[in-house]
Design a protein around this ligand. Structure first.
Ligand code: TRP
Ligand code: SF4
Length: 404
């Protein structure tokens, strides 16, 4: 239980709509690889989310799921440290999505900025669908079903995590008040012993009357350290200290990736929709060709024309990849016209190909053994499902759906 035992669960997902590129690697995957050593991590392939925009041509989704799993594994996501799974293999996400839809005001979804933005951006698609409006709520279900405390996402997804927090708050408010809640909370406080009970009460007062968040933190740590309290009692006390009911679905927070923005071949951000990407496992000859045909400072027509790296997309790659020494060499040689652009580009070609080499090699192993990939996904899905089932038990019970 995320909020209760205090261990931090991390959850994130990616839509399966095509091949991954270096932007995904630097922006997302490298971060996941680090997180997997620190936290209990769940990473999933959001095939249902892919369908919200690709419902007319689902063929791309199926192949993408497999390729995406290979990309993740090749990039260093380790199934021994993190659970990797496919969203639709854990149908509980859909059940929670449905139940959350009962309590989510339409206006909350209509106001999520990505709703209108994406409709504008993807004009060629009809996104005036029920499923697309529900996109961020399905994402909320993805997150809340694991009681995840942290969700590593990019800037563009923060509004979805915010919505998730609001939905969780509303859920807990509506269903966290079991009959006799206050009495049960009071008796749980007594179980902590006189001294701790007194401390809890004073921390609760400090938080509720003065908004003292340090008192709240201390209070939470106090609850956590009580080994003789049941999970239910702890949940009650977590809610009670804040003045609310039992917390059934803890509020997650976004973990903003301080990621380096990866430049595309044309100097814009690398993105499939700009057609300016280098694939994560792209063949070296093709990588070389793409980089060598990149535009440079338009003022450098001849070798003898001095250039300005600030006006050149290749320089963006040096910023991402090159050492300080190499960077000053590029600055000087470009401005003094003492090197040709191909020499400058060759450095990037070499670096990118060297970066991709181990990734391509690891991918080879999985591509030769697709069964292994499938079994990693199956195993991850089962592990995820165990947690999802437990959460759903509590959710059904809270919503009056346990017919025993
Ligand atoms: N919407 C996310 C994206 O486009 C993908 C996603 C789906 C996700 N469910 C999630 C991310 C849950 C984090 C948590 O990138
Ligand atoms: Fe760009 Fe390098 Fe050519 Fe200068 S030398 S214009 S930085 S490619």
């Amino acid at each position: 239980m995320g909020a209760v035992s205090g261990h931090q669960r991390v959850l994130s997902g990616m839509r399966s709509t095509g091949k991954l590129h270096l932007g995904h690697y630097h922006g997302v995957l490298k971060n996941w690889v680090e997180l997997q050593h620190e936290y209990e991590c769940y990473f999933f392939i959001a095939d249902w989310h892919a369908l919200t925009t690709h419902y007319e041509d689902p063929s791309i989704i199926e192949d993408s799921v497999f390729q995406m799993a290979v990309d993740w594994l090749a990039a260093g996501v380790n199934p021994g440290s993190a659970s990797i799974f496919v969203q639709s293999r854990v149908p509980e996400h859909a059940e929670l999505h449905l139940l959350l839809s009962m309590i989510t005001p339409l206006g909350w979804l209509e106001r999520v900025p990505t709703y209108k933005d994406q409709q504008e951006k993807l004009k060629e698609k009809d996104l005036a669908t029920y499923g697309f409006l529900g996109y961020p709520l399905l994402q909320s279900a993805d997150i809340l079903i694991y009681q995840a405390s942290m969700v590593p996402v990019g800037e563009d997804q923060v509004s979805h995590v915010e919505l998730t927090r609001e939905v969780a708050r509303r859920f807990n408010h509506l269903y966290g008040r079991e009959p006799g809640y206050e009495e049960k909370a009071e008796s749980a406080i007594k179980k902590m012993g006189r001294k701790n009970a007194k401390l809890y009460k004073s921390l609760q007062k400090r938080y509720q009357e003065q908004g003292d968040t340090e008192a709240l933190e201390t209070g939470r740590a106090l609850i956590e350290s009580q080994h003789n309290l049941s999970v239910g009692d702890k949940e009650r006390l977590f809610g009670f200290i804040e003045g609310g009911g039992r917390i059934i679905l803890p509020e997650p927070r976004p973990l903003l990736t301080a990621s380096s923005k990866v430049p595309g071949l044309d100097g814009q951000k690398m993105s499939k929709s700009y057609n300016n990407t280098i694939g994560l496992r792209e063949d070296p000859a093709s990588v070389e060709k793409k980089i060598k045909t990149m535009p440079t400072d338009p003022a450098r027509v001849r070798l003898s024309d001095p250039g300005d790296p600030e006006k050149c997309p290749v320089w963006q790659f040096h910023l991402l990849y090159s050492s300080e020494d190499l960077k000053s060499w590029v600055q000087e040689s470009c401005k003094s016209a003492s090197i040709g652009c191909l020499v400058c580009k060759q450095k990037i070609v070499d670096t990118v190909i060297a970066e991709q080499k181990p990734i391509r090699e690891r991918a080879e192993v999985y591509l030769e053994d697709p069964k292994m990939v499938r079994s990693i996904l199956a195993e991850g899905s089962e592990k995820a499902r165990d947690i999802a089932r437990d959460t759903m038990e509590e959710v059904r019970q809270a919503m009056g759906l346990t017919y025993r």
